[in-house]
Design a protein around this ligand. Structure first.
Ligand SMILES: NC(=O)c1ccc[n+]([C@@H]2O[C@H](COP(=O)([O-])OP(=O)(O)OC[C@H]3O[C@@H](n4cnc5c(N)ncnc54)[C@H](OP(=O)(O)O)[C@@H]3O)[C@@H](O)[C@H]2O)c1
Length: 274
């Protein structure tokens, strides 16, 4: 048992905090009574309490007094205020997991006077347990607590451990922002279908299932994307004509430049919050 009766407090129980709580309960990793959610709105907390049977409070300090692990799941804009409020209150807690974008391990550790910090970057499909999170841990985090962090983040889907914190900005650019690239790609294909004459409903169904099926097929076949693409590309055929136009338009370079722009932006925002 990763938690062995240990309790966890969530500071901020919005979209991502609630997704983690839901996943942990659904996978029976924690009992409802081992979870405390702290959030400013009493009516939101009441809804969480009724839905999940967890403890709730509007008082962040009260939430952390008796817990073994802490998840910081507030928006970056309020992280400074939360860290000052919790300063001196969590020095003995065994694990602090932050999912807050752009706030570095050192900033959290120094503000809370506790070096046992994990920093992570999840993404929105985590809301249905299909996300992927890249995370890293400060050297002070013990092996058992690393295991706990892995389990907590696993409630959102897959996870990858990175040895170096610099991978968190790269993860933001590829995985954190990634769903937006996919949604824009979906939109563009649906609009092309409508442009040719499909109803929007049929275009959406055709595009959604083509994307879903292609990803599942790639995963299950284990083939490289080039092999899979070649299977669909007959000499002088329709796919070859389409791919030629996409290459001419610089599709790959545009995607790569987009990811690099997100990476640079993530680094710049992180530097500003130091
Ligand atoms: N959403 C994603 O896919 C995603 C992906 C990667 C990383 N993240 C990171 O996850 C974090 C949470 O994002 P989210 O989408 O879950 O945001 P969210 O839905 O706004 O959740 C944040 C929660 O924190 C509450 N809150 C505000 N001030 C607080 C305070 N002082 N103390 C305790 N709770 C407070 C908010 O309440 P009110 O609504 O009443 O203000 C809200 O319920 C962010 O830092 C973000 O960078 C999110």
């Amino acid at each position: 048992m990763t938690f062995n009766g240990d309790s966890v407090a969530f500071i901020g129980a919005g979209v991502m905090g609630e997704a983690m709580i839901k996943g942990l309960l659904h996978q029976k990793i924690l009992e409802p009574t081992s979870i405390t959610a702290a959030d400013p709105r009493a009516e939101h907390l009441e809804a969480l309490r009724r839905r999940y049977g967890i403890h709730t409070t509007t008082d962040n300090v009260a939430a952390v007094t008796t817990v073994d692990a802490l998840v910081l799941s507030v928006k970056p804009q309020v992280m400074g205020q939360v860290l000052s409020e919790l300063s001196g209150q969590v020095a003995s807690i065994g694990l602090i997991v932050s999912i807050v974008a752009g706030v570095e391990l050192n900033t959290i550790a120094e503000s809370l006077n506790n070096g046992r910090v994990v920093r992570s970057m999840p993404n929105t499909p985590g809301q249905i347990g299909q996300g992927i999170t890249v995370w890293t841990a400060a050297p002070e985090v013990a092996a058992a607590q690393r295991q706990q962090a892995q389990t907590l983040l696993g409630a959102l889907g897959e996870q990858i451990y990175a040895n170096d914190e610099s991978f968190l900005d790269m993860a933001t650019a590829l995985g954190g922002s990634g769903p937006a690239y996919v949604f824009m790609f979906m939109e563009a294909l649906i609009d092309a279908g409508v442009h040719m004459g499909f109803s929007r409903r049929d275009a959406e169904k055709l595009v959604n299932q083509t994307l879903l099926g292609s990803i599942l097929y790639a995963q299950q076949s284990g083939l490289h994307p080039v092999q899979l693409r070649n299977q669909v590309t007959s000499p002088g055929g329709t796919t070859a004509a389409a791919l030629h136009e996409m290459e001419k338009g610089g599709l790959r370079t545009v995607l790569s430049e987009g990811v690099w722009a997100a990476y640079r932006r993530s680094q710049a925002l992180g530097a500003k919050s130091d």
